[in-house]
Write a protein that binds this ligand. Structure first.
Ligand SMILES: [Mg+2]
Length: 173
């Protein structure tokens, strides 16, 4: 049960991740969440931070794609500056969109990693898919409505000892 609340890896900063180490563990492709993972919540376009993360993934020999629940148009707009591959309206934690991508690119769940900031969205999507998950400390930015409610639930989980930061860190090179 704990695996639904504790990710495989945890980092407080995506820029610190040792992607080479993850590659040595059999990862060949990384799905990146946008809001509060690559950029602050609601960011319109990919910025320097996203570029830096994608560059370090490429250097480690990993392929990647943006996997966002944002509407397809917004995901497209976000990815346009660097022409990044993306799956918009991903419907995480459901897996049908990500499975379609895996089939098209001949990838198996075990060789992909999902990186994101939310337990009930990113972590659960990885769990339902059977793929490892790197949970990222949220970057910040205004969150509202249902997302704020989910953050509240995440805090309650920590009170019951299900602190995601207990997961293995993905240390820097
Ligand atoms: Mg997010």
């Amino acid at each position: 049960m704990a695996k639904f609340f504790i990710p495989d890896y945890y980092t407080d900063d995506l820029l610190k991740v040792d992607w080479l180490q993850l590659r040595e563990r059999g990862i060949s492709h990384v799905f990146l969440d946008v809001d509060n993972t690559l950029e602050e919540h609601g960011a319109k376009k990919a910025g320097r931070r996203t570029k830096e993360v994608c560059r370090s993934l490429e250097e480690a020999g990993l392929s990647f794609a943006i996997l966002s629940n944002a509407k397809r148009e917004r995901a497209e707009e976000f990815c346009a500056p660097y022409n990044l591959p993306y799956v918009g309206q991903a419907a995480k934690p459901l897996t049908y969109q990500v499975k379609r991508y895996l089939n098209t690119h001949k990838l198996s769940p075990r060789e992909v990693l999902l990186a994101g900031d939310q337990i009930f969205t990113d972590l659960w999507c990885g769990r339902f898919l059977g793929a490892p998950v790197l949970l990222v400390e949220p970057l910040g930015g205004k969150e509202k409505g249902f997302l704020r409610f989910k953050r509240y639930l995440e805090k309650i989980l920590c009170i019951f000892g299900q602190n995601p930061a207990k997961a293995e860190t993905a240390p820097r090179i």
